[in-house]
Design a protein around this ligand. Structure first.
Ligand code: GDP
Ligand code: IMO
Ligand code: MG
Length: 434
């Protein structure tokens, strides 16, 4: 019963969509287990670009079961648009399954997301404003709407009664008002959602566990990254879900023993969207260069991603939390433009060098990066030639970079991604067999 989890090893946008799609070839199931349409996972197939937000990245491979698990929060309107885009592009969503335990994002969650950010004044999180935080807040407060509620009309009407009256008061109290949010009654909207997705809804935990019992291969696709984890990330500059490997168990309803492999998807440098500390962050022209070379613009919000050198203090923290058994190193091609590359190997805080990632935001804000400078590897051959020749085709300097990562993270770099396309991938060992 092989279960494999893919986790972003930094602050998101490491290339999880590409790696999930690539490894999905050998999977029977691809499962999203947390987050929602704050995620933007890019997949390039035969030169055509797909940006998936709530649909699992396995949906583009025919014959796979693509599961939206119980830990995901779903914006039904947006999901409908996403399904249409995939179908219009010739894809199929016949294998889609949606958990009856997943929570739904309602339009007031989005408005509250914006209002909360305003309340934070000079300390905003820089959220995607998709309503993710407020939806998870309601889940924990036990006033959320689950997909399964759509099939319990009497209970649903009762819930809508007290929850909407509470939300209207809250919206007014926060000074944003209800505006047109309830012009179309929520019950009517929900019935349309039921018509749209009803046939895909089931107990996905049971489905996945049965598949694992039958020896099927299940790939769990993380969204965001370990440093955005609600517990272990740079709180409060995080998202509102458990993004580390353990989140796959609660977010998909499988036991820890179902997870055999954990692939850390690591970008060859660091990026971050939104607020919060990033010790190896660059500024000015240096940052602009990396942003331009890497095309670092947010998939969901269009914001420029902040850029910096690879931070091994941070990546080690992620590796410890998630227990990576393999690393999928992405975007190493972007660094071809440098004569020298730097890697952050320590933080200097108040005159002392530390190698452990601190939990304190003020310490992180005071931390100065301690760099190791390495020789760059210059420009290399076309990706298809490199892929054909495999790992040996990489210049020694790039191999030194990779070996340093392996040593520091205590995990093998099994996959090296050298371009956005499916085919731009050097595989040293299949993570399914590690
Ligand atoms: P995700 O959220 O982790 O799935 O990552 P995103 O899709 O938000 O951002 C990753 C970006 O890098 C996308 O535009 C990908 O097409 C692109 N990408 C992924 N892997 C590589 C790679 O190895 N090299 C290059 N140059 N681009 C890549
Ligand atoms: P993928 O899956 C990068 C960031 C936001 C913000 C913080 C909280 O594509 O890697 P939220 O809307 O979740 O409450 O915002 O988290 N964030 C991401 N950054 N990639 C993502 O997803 C992200 N999802 C959320 O920018 O800083
Ligand atoms: Mg992304």
């Amino acid at each position: 019963m092989p279960g494999l989890v893919i986790i972003g090893a930094q602050w998101g946008d490491e290339g999880k969509g590409k790696i999930t799609d690539y490894l999905g070839e050998n999977a029977d199931f691809v499962v999203r287990f947390q987050g929602g349409n704050n995620a933007g996972h890019t997949i390039v197939v035969d030169g055509v670009t797909f940006k998936l937000q709530t649909l699992p990245s396995g949906v583009l491979r025919p014959g796979k079961t693509a599961v939206i698990g119980n830990g995901v929060v779903i914006n039904m309107k947006e999901l409908s648009g996403e399904i249409k885009r995939v179908v219009d592009a010739g894809g199929s969503i016949d294998g889609l399954k949606i958990s009856d335990r997943a929570h739904m994002i309602i339009n007031y969650h989005q408005r509250l997301d914006g209002a909360e950010e305003k309340y934070r004044g000079s300390l905003p999180v820089g959220t995607t404003k998709k309503g993710i935080g407020p939806t998870y807040q309601d889940k924990i407060a036990r006033i959320g709407f689950r997909v399964g509620d759509l099939f319990e009309e009497d209970l649903l009407k009762e819930k809508i009664g007290f929850i909407t009256s509470y939300k209207k008061d809250l919206l007014n109290m926060m000074g944003v008002g209800e505006g047109d949010l309830f012009d179309e009654p929520l019950f009517d909207r929900m019935m349309k959602w039921r018509d749209m997705i009803g046939k895909y809804v089931c107990d996905t935990s049971d489905l996945i566990n049965n598949a694992l019992d039958e020896g099927k291969r299940v790939l769990f696709e993380g969204a965001q990254g370990a440093m955005l984890d609600i517990d272990h990330g740079t709180y409060p500059y995080v998202t509102s879900s458990s993004t580390c490997a353990g989140g796959a168990c609660s977010g998909a309803g499988v036991p820890p023993s179902a997870i055999n492999h954990v692939v850390g998807c690591l970008k060859a440098y660091t990026t971050r969207v939104g607020e919060g500390p990033m010790v190896s962050g660059l500024e000015g022209e240096e940052e602009k260069k990396l942003q331009t070379l890497g095309g670092e613009v947010g998939t969901v919000t269009g914001r420029n991603r902040r850029c910096g050198w690879l931070d091994l203090v941070q990546a080690r923290h992620s590796a410890r939390l998630c227990g990576f058994t393999s690393i999928a190193l992405t975007k190493i091609d972007v660094l071809c433009g440098y004569d020298e590359v730097k890697v952050c190997v320590g933080y200097e805080i108040d005159g002392e060098v530390v190698t452990k990632f601190p939990s304190s935001i003020s310490k992180l804000n005071r931390a100065k990066p301690v760099y190791k400078t390495m020789k760059g590897w210059g420009h290399w051959d076309d990706a298809d030639k490199m892929v054909k020749k495999g790992y040996d085709s990489l210049p020694q300097e790039a191999k030194d970079y990779i070996e340093l990562i392996e040593k520091e993270l205590d995990a093998p770099v099994d996959i090296i991604s050298i371009g956005p396309g499916r085919e731009d991938t050097i595989i040293r060992r299949s993570p399914w067999h590690s």
